[in-house]
Ligand binder design. Sequence first.
Ligand code: NAP
Ligand code: G3H
Length: 485
Amino acid sequence: MSGLCNEKLIYKNLVNGEWVESASGNLITINSPADGSLIGKIQANTKEEVDNVIALSKVNQKKWAKIPIYEKATILYKAASLLEERAEAISDILMMEISKDKKSSLSEVRRTADFLRFTADAGKGIEGLAISGENFPGGSRNKMSYVKRVPLGTVLAISPFNYPINLSASKIAPALMGGNTVILKPATQGSISALYLVEAFQDAGVPNGVINTVTGKGSEIGDYIVAHDGIDFINFTGSTEVGQHISRLAHMTPLLLELGGKDAAIVLEDADLEFAAKNIVEGAFSYSGQRCTAVKRILTTDSVADKLVKLLKPLVEGLTVGDPRDNSTITPLIDSKSADFAQVLIDDALSKGATLVTGNKREANLVYPTLIDNVTEDMEIAWKEPFSPILPIIRVRSIDHAIEIANESEYGLQSAVFTNDINQAFYVADRLEVGTVQINNKTERGPDHFPFLGVKASGMGTQGVRYSIEAMTRHKAITINLFEQ
Ligand code: NAP
Ligand code: G3H
């Protein structure tokens, strides 16, 4: 067994290249949401340990920044290979820790290996720029600005439970290529999977102290680390509530925030409805709807809705429900609080006159896929992010009405428009207040080198390989002044 955990399944943190236990002696037990089995115990770090990790990260950043980019890239390639070699074992842990079906868990690990390779390549492509002074009125060719990108320093990476490996790596790898050190604070439920990712980086040769980890409940240790003077950048993915809280604490520390969403699928009258229905069901229900980019509402007119509901119903009823080990699409939600919230949203909609098409069944934290028609604007499910397998249909009067309701949301992550008319597609896409509009596809983040961003309450800044490297580096300009020749 490697140093990251002992025979009692007590997991440790990586600090300056060593796997260490917290001096607090406090452990947090991680049980599987799928069957309650013990996954392991993680450390609850103290404030003093946070101080220590930040101090170490700052010292090591100076050394890491000096390592040539091609050497940094070589380490990332190695980490990618290790992840692939370990994909089966790591995905088994991921599957049970966050109750994600085996196929999706494996694909998360493999997608992350691809992400690391692509990030290494992109990092090698980052170049400087020389700008001649003569281009500006009154300037001179004896003056030149040499502009390069330099690291920000120590990046605090905070990842959510739903992609503990991919959304940790998508912060760590670009930060490293940019010459930063990283402190990873993963979601408590998801920490163990994230520690295996960090182990792969360490085994690949990331020097001691370049990646350090802190574990413990965000509600207890989060504010302290976020507000710490030693943090130079916060790269956060999680709920809007916590993201907004962090942005208030961060003072002048720059932030990249990827937060919640309420992605709409707008289905126009000329759309291929069979295709749209299949695509929307995949988008809404994969990993039980626990994705920021899940389709979280359908907006369509009466004439389309009647046909669409007939197509959606059998597809939703055909989804597999049960254990992640059986590759079920719908698995127990991350905790019972999430399932309680889902039930509140369903009950609220039905009590206000919405039509239950299928679902509204629950066994502990397993919520069956639920399709609700005739949802109106007074219902909570019209606006709230369920993060569970619930899909509401809101019937609209027209395309403009769909756009209006889509934009009324506090969120602005993505939206989809289904139509065979490219002019209508652009009419809608141009008017939606979101980071990305998908034409004839479900909302989704990938491919991972595309820009990924949310507007309004969905986030700040842009992710996606090159964009992430840029976000975690800054320009440095050196102006050269030649003597008059
Ligand atoms: P969350 O409850 O906001 O937690 C996210 C992370 O923040 C966890 O690591 C959590 O640690 C930590 N945290 C909590 N309180 C903190 C504090 N005061 N200071 C610093 N860190 C703190 O979100 P989640 O339940 O894990 O994930 C679901 C949410 O994330 C959804 O809203 C979803 O839409 C969003 N999400 C967005 C994207 C995107 O790219 N836009 C991607 C994935 C998920 P603990 O676990 O220890 O509390
Ligand atoms: O949960 C939010 C993730 O960033 C969504 O990624 O669209 O690839 O599932 P995904």
